[in-house]
Design a protein around this ligand. Structure first.
Ligand code: 3HC
Length: 284
C-alpha cells in the first residue's frame, strides 16, 4: 500500500508528478540538490495550480491540499520510510545509477523504485540495486497535470506484484496507463520522436515554412501543437538526446537526428526553456 512517495529531482517532470500525487492524497518528500532548486519546483506547481483555478479545474482548497502534502529537502535520508521513490533527475545514466545505489541503502527493503526516464534502460538502473524485482519505469508526459498518460515499464525482473502496485498508483493519480517493455523510447517516443525529426528535416530542406509545418499538423490532423512548437516545448536538447539513444540502440535511420537539430542544440537553441528554439520566446 503506497502512502508516502519520494520524488528525487523536482524540476518540470518531478514537480508535476509531485503535484498530481499530492493532489490525490499522497504524502510527498521531494529531494533536490539545493533549496533553491526545490523552490523552483514549487513555483512550477503554484503556477500550474493558479492556472487550473483560473480555468475552473481546481479551487483554493485543492491548492492548499497539494502544497500541504509536499515537503522538500536536500537529504536523501528523508526517503527512508517512503513506500515508493520515483526519480526524475537529469537524463544521465551515471547520475541515475549513483542515486539508486545510494537510496538502495537508505530506503526500507519493501520500497518500490521507479524511474521517469524517457529512454534510458530501466533494467540497467535496477541492476545496481538489491531490489531489481521492485523496480520499474513510470514515464509521465509533460505537462504532467494535464497529459493523461503514464507508460508503466516492466523490466525482465519486475515482479507482477510490483507492477500491479505501481500501475494502481499511477491510475490513482488519474492517469490512463499503458504497459511497455524496457526498450528505448517505450511506446510513445518510438512513434513521436521520428515524427518530430521528420518535421525538422522538412524545415531544414526548405520544403515549407515552420509556421506552415505546424499549422499543417494542427489544422489538418487536430494536434494541439505543431511538431516544431512541440519540439520547442519538450526541448531540442531532450529530443536530440532521446534520438541519439534510440539511434545507438536500433541503428535505424528513422532515429537519426538531422544536422540542423544538432547545430541548434550546440548553439543553445534548446526551445522554450532557453527562450529560443524554432521560435523566439523572449518577446511575448
Ligand atoms: N491544471 C489542470 N488543467 C489544466 C491546467 C492545469 N494547470 N491548465 C490547463 N488545463 C486544462 C484546460 O482547462 C483545458 O481543459 P479542457 O480541454 O477540458 O478545456 C486543457 O487543460 C488544455 O488547456 P488549454 O487549452 O488552456 O491549453 P494550454 O495552452 O494551457 O496548454 C497544452 C496546452 C496542454 C500543453 C497543449 O498544447 C498540448 O496538449 N500540447 C501537447 C503536449 C504534448 O504533446 N506533451 C507530450 C510531450 S512528450 C513527453 O512529455 C515525453 C518526453 O519523454 C519527451
Amino acid at each position: 500500500m503506497i502512502k508516502k512517495v519520494g520524488i528525487v529531482g523536482f524540476g518540470q517532470m518531478g514537480s508535476g508528478i509531485g503535484q498530481v500525487a499530492a493532489g490525490n492524497g499522497y504524502e510527498i518528500v521531494a529531494v533536490e540538490v539545493t533549496d533553491d532548486a526545490f523552490r523552483t519546483g514549487l513555483k512550477y506547481i503554484t503556477k500550474s495550480l493558479d492556472k487550473a483555478i483560473e480555468k475552473g479545474k481546481a479551487d483554493n482548497d485543492y491548492k492548499q491540499k497539494v502544497l500541504g502534502n509536499i515537503t522538500g529537502t536536500t537529504d536523501l535520508h528523508a526517503l527512508a520510510d517512503c513506500d515508493l521513490v520515483c526519480e526524475a533527475v537529469i537524463e544521465n545514466m551515471v547520475v541515475k545509477k549513483q542515486l539508486f545505489t545510494n537510496i538502495d541503502k537508505i530506503c526500507k527493503p519493501e520500497a518500490i523504485f521507479a524511474s521517469n526516464t524517457s529512454s534510458l534502460s530501466i533494467g540497467d538502473m535496477a541492476a545496481v540495486t538489491d531490489r531489481p524485482t521492485q523496480f520499474l519505469g513510470l514515464h509521465f508526459f509533460n505537462p504532467v497535470p494535464i497529459m493523461k498518460l503514464c507508460e508503466v515499464v516492466k523490466t525482465l525482473d519486475t515482479s507482477e506484484q510490483t507492477f500491479d502496485v505501481a500501475f494502481q498508483f499511477a491510475e490513482s493519480l488519474g492517469k490512463a496507463c499503458v504497459t511497455a517493455k524496457d526498450s528505448p523510447g517505450f511506446i510513445v517516443n518510438v512513434l513521436l520522436v521520428p515524427y518530430l525529426l521528420d518535421a525538422i528535416r522538412m524545415y531544414e530542406r526548405g520544403l515549407a515554412t515552420k509556421e506552415d509545418i505546424d499549422n499543417g499538423m494542427m489544422l489538418g490532423c487536430g494536434h494541439p501543437m505543431g511538431p516544431l512548437t512541440l519540439t520547442d516545448f519538450i526541448g531540442l536538447d531532450t529530443i536530440l538526446y532521446i534520438a541519439d539513444i534510440m539511434f545507438e540502440e536500433f541503428k535505424d535511420s528513422h532515429y537519426a537526428a538531422s544536422p540542423l537539430l544538432r547545430r541548434m542544440v550546440n548553439a543553445g537553441y534548446n526551445g522554450k526553456k532557453a527562450g529560443k528554439g524554432f521560435y523566439d520566446y523572449t518577446k511575448k
